[in-house]
Every structure is written in C-alpha cells, then in structure tokens.
Design a protein around this ligand. Structure first.
Ligand SMILES: Cc1cc2nc3c(=O)[nH]c(=O)nc-3n(C[C@H](O)[C@H](O)[C@H](O)COP(=O)(O)OP(=O)(O)OC[C@H]3O[C@@H](n4cnc5c(N)ncnc54)[C@H](O)[C@@H]3O)c2cc1C
Length: 487
C-alpha cells in the first residue's frame, strides 16, 4: 500500500501524540528530533542514584493520554499506570502557617478550618465557580480550533454567551480571587494557578480561574513510574505501530513550493512528505524553518510565558513535612510577578516549588533519601546574567527552605544539577526558554495563539506555543485538533 508520508518535526508530547493520531489514520509517520532523546520537556534526568522528572511534574486530564492507546485498540493500563491523588499540595507561608490542600471536599474543609482557622465555605463556592467556568468554556477554548467557523456552531455556545457576565471578563484572576476569597493566603493559593500556563494573575483574565477546577475538581494524578513514563509509554506505543523516530536529526528547513509543503531538509538530506506537522516552537519555526513563508506578525509578537530556574538536588535524608508537591510562598506575590513580567528580574525571596517524586515512585531515590526538584518562576530569557542569578537564587532558596523546614538544607545536598532559561531554549528550542509559549496575560491571548493549521497546504502546528497553549493536556489537545483539521 502506498501510504501518504508525514514528517513530524520534534518529539515533544504534542509531536508524539500527533504521530500516534496520524499513524492510527493510516499515514506513514516519521518523527525527526534534534536531541539524542525523545520527549522534549517531558523527560527525566539521572544524577548518581537519583532520577528526576526533568520538567513537568503536575499531571491532569490523564484521559488525554489514555485515549491515544484506545486509537490502536489497546488498554492503556497495560502500558501506562497512574494514580489519583487526594493530597494536592502542601502549602508553606513565611509566617509559619502550613496548609495541606486536598481534592476531597470534606478533607479540604477540615484542613482549612484546622490550619487557617477560616470558614471553608468561600473556598467550596470558589471551586464550584471554577467548575462553572470550565464547563462553559473548555469545548470552545481548549478542545476545538478557535479559527474554524464550525466551532462557533456548537450547540453549547448560546448558553456560554449568556453566562459571559458571570465570567468576570473585565477582571484579572487576582481581582476576582480577592472578591471571592478575601483571605490573603487563600487568594495567593488560587492566584498561583496563573503559573500553570506561565501567566501573571494580576493581568490574566478571571476566566482562567477555571484552571483550579482541572486540579481540584477533575483531579490531580501522578504516573506510577514518574512523569517520563508518559513519554516512554507513548513512544513505545508509536514504535509498536510503525512510527519511525529519527533522533539527532535536526530539521533545517520545511520545504514549501507554490503554497504546498513538500517535505523537510535535515542535516543528512531531504525527506519528502505530503504533510508536515511542526512541533517546534512557533517563533523559531517561522524564523528558521520557514524563511520564505509570510510571517503572522501579530501572533509572533505575543509576550512569552514565564520561564523557570530549577535545581535538581539529591538529598541524603527524607523530610516528613513534604509531600509530592510543595509550595513555599513569597511574602509579596505582586512584586514577584511584576519582576517576572515587567522588569525581567527575580524577586528577592521568590516562591519556591519543591516536587519530590521519590515520595511515590519506587527507584527515584536510594532508600532513606529524596530527589528534590526545586523550581522558582523567573522571566523568559532576555539576556540576564543567568550564571550570577543562579548563584544568588540558590542561596536565597536554601535560606528560605532551611528557615521554613528548620533544617540546614545545604548540608543535605549530595547530588546537584540545574536547568535555566538558556538551557531550556538550547534543549527544546523554546523561544527565550519560555515554559508555555506565549503568556495568557491579556483577554485576546487565546485568539492570538497561532492556529493548528497554516496558510501553507499540508503544514500543521502542534505544541505548547500554538493553540490551545502550553501544558501537557493542552499540548495533547493541539495534536487532536491539528490532525482533525487535515483537509
Ligand atoms: C520546568 C518545566 C515545568 C513544567 N511543568 C509542567 C507541569 O507541571 N505540568 C504540565 O502539564 N506542563 C508543564 N510544563 C509545560 C510542558 O512541559 C510543556 O507545555 C510541554 O511538555 C511542551 O510540549 P511540546 O509538545 O510543545 O514540545 P517540547 O517539549 O517543547 O519539545 C519540542 C521538541 O521539538 C524538538 N525540536 C525543535 N526544533 C526542532 C527541529 N528544527 N528539528 C528537530 N527537532 C526539533 C526539540 O528538540 C524538542 O524535543 C513544564 C515545562 C517545564 C520546562
């Protein structure tokens, strides 16, 4: 059978998902990846006897992963196992307050009463509102193309339009959180969901308060073998079904003739194809891979999302106070986000996220030890002195964690590595090292992301820098929307 050839440029999670969907439709699929490994940001690193989730650590909407197995008539649980988590996060505040946050409403109520001494009802009402926002908008903003007329014929649209006044369209996430929650600690907890797509809660529209529902309502999950098993199990599925992966194969150009895609040029030669799915970040894609194609200037001018400074620390002991996900909040979130988005600087005492996968994944740390993924949100790279910043952030993070946990943290670190915006860009080609493509800091952001198709016939885009945006579930939707757009 002479099957149509497709090249996927990049093996990020969206590239792998697109390859699977195309393969299931009968295309002959080749994935070209410039790295020696597959998965892009969704990978792992090993330091001595410690294994770390290198990038993403929060896993929501697992059905977007398991659906890919069903395309081939397979049971996902045979290859990929995950668990639902009741404890969502351990929150630590500088005044010594500690709050374990739960998915189960009764456990959550109890925890808010016990640890904050507050009436939990506003939080429960808030989560109900978050569910409402999600229900009214997910099919439009997340699951379909915003750039196709058919999306606007959805029978749910009239109801959503009638709900617009309740969505707080003219407010920021923070303004709506203050109104609904009042208590500054609760406001900070829910403001932080802006970071799930690399945005600023003081600017991002209140409709994004739906993000809390993804985690608290639909659920927070974790793969039994760590985040990297998402990549591994999907790559294995793809290989079993005939997808070809070429690592160390950087695409230098996507070839276009008379408005039609013809294939790609790599360092080792020309690969012809009828369709090309580009999983590279949209900005370098237009700049380097499509030099002759007219650039969509407005879409490419969008503000980048935040980036991150990460320390991977092998720790020589365990910490009872910590769970899988832990946040140590800064005292002034507004200054922290002003620094990230307006001044290009890192706040003096930033919020610190500590992810400890060895709490739940066997083999991620030796017995009696822990693997700490320690992350601080930082601006996208615009030429800051990252080496100097890394040293000073490290010092401040160690001081903060030592203070909050009442332990000398520096003495516990036995293995160490880091990731910064420069390395993120080098390793994944993400423009300025942004984690999630462009930010959602304005009301039009969703409409200004590049669509999953293009003006070039046969050229499609998937991944965190295009519609519907960054984060694993959204990247998986981008692949679905793109493959469904094939004309
Ligand atoms: C530190 C960090 C923490 C994060 N935390 C979370 C989280 O907790 N939960 C969550 O859901 N998301 C999180 N994210 C975001 C999530 O990781 C990304 O949105 C998602 O993984 C991006 O996938 P992608 O398909 O866009 O491709 P990417 O992962 O960006 O990969 C793109 C791939 O394309 C390859 N490539 C690029 N150009 C070329 C070329 N010319 N030729 C060949 N190959 C090319 C790159 O080498 C790379 O492998 C985090 C990201 C980071 C970095």
């Amino acid at each position: 059978m002479n099957r149509k050839k497709v090249i996927v440029v990049g093996s990020g999670i969206a590239g792998i998902a697109a390859a699977l969907r195309l393969c299931a439709k009968g295309y002959h699929v080749t994935v070209c990846e410039s790295n020696t490994y597959l998965g892009g940001k969704l990978t792992e690193i090993q330091l001595g006897d410690f294994i770390f989730d290198a990038g993403p650590s929060l896993f929501t909407m697992p059905q977007n992963v398991t659906e890919l197995f069903t395309l081939f008539g397979e049971q996902a649980e045979d290859s990929f196992q995950y668990v639902k988590r009741n404890t969502l996060c351990h929150y630590f505040f500088e005044d010594g307050t500690f709050l374990p946050f739960y998915g189960d409403p009764n456990d959550l109520k109890q925890s808010i009463q016990t640890h904050l001494g507050l009436d939990p009802q506003p939080v429960l009402d808030y989560l109900e509102h978050s569910r409402f926002l999600y229900d009214q908008t997910h099919y439009l903003f997340l699951e379909h193309s915003l750039h196709k007329a058919a999306t606007y014929w959805d029978k749910r649209l009239p109801k959503s339009l009638l709900s617009l006044p309740k969505m707080g369209l003219m407010k920021s996430m923070h303004q709506d959180n203050v109104k609904r929650l009042k208590d500054p600690k609760l406001v900070q907890i829910f403001d932080r969901f802006a970071t799930y797509n690399g945005s600023n809660p003081y600017q991002a529209p209140a409709i994004l308060n739906m993000i809390a529902h993804l985690e608290s309502g639909i659920g927070s999950f974790f793969p039994k073998k760590g985040m990297h098993s998402i990549t591994q199990s999907l790559v294995d599925l793809a290989k079993r079904n005939g997808v070809e992966f070429k690592t160390q194969t950087r695409v230098k150009e996507i070839l276009v003739e008379k408005g039609e895609v013809r294939g790609v040029k790599t360092e080792s030669g020309y690969l012809p194809a009828e369709l090309v799915f580009c999983n590279a970040d949209i900005k370098p894609a237009y700049q380097y891979l499509l030099p002759e194609v007219k650039k969509p200037k407005r879409q490419l001018a969008q503000e980048p999302s935040s980036s991150a400074m990460i320390f991977y620390w092998g720790m020589n002991r365990t910490f009872e106070q910590l769970d899988l996900h832990n946040i140590f909040f800064s005292e002034d979130y507004q200054k922290e986000f002003d620094g990230i988005f307006h001044q290009g600087v890192v706040y003096k005492d930033p919020t610190v996220y500590v992810h400890v996968s060895s709490k739940v994944v066997e083999g991620h740390a030796p017995e009696g030890m822990e693997n700490w993924f320690v992350m601080v949100n930082v601006p996208a790279n615009s030429g800051q002195d990252w080496e100097g910043l890394r040293k000073s952030i490290r010092e401040r993070v160690i001081a903060k964690l030592s203070r909050c946990l009442d332990v000398s943290i520096a003495a516990c670190i036995v293995e160490e590595d880091y990731l910064d915006p420069v390395r993120i860009e080098e390793r994944t080609s993400s423009h300025q090292g942004a984690l999630y493509g462009s930010s959602s800091n304005n009301r039009m952001a969703a409409f200004l992301r590049h669509p999953n198709f293009s003006k070039v016939n046969g050229l499609y885009f998937v991944g965190g820098s295009v519609h519907p945006g960054g984060g694993i579930p959204l990247c998986l939707w981008s692949a679905k929307i793109a493959v469904e757009s094939i004309s």
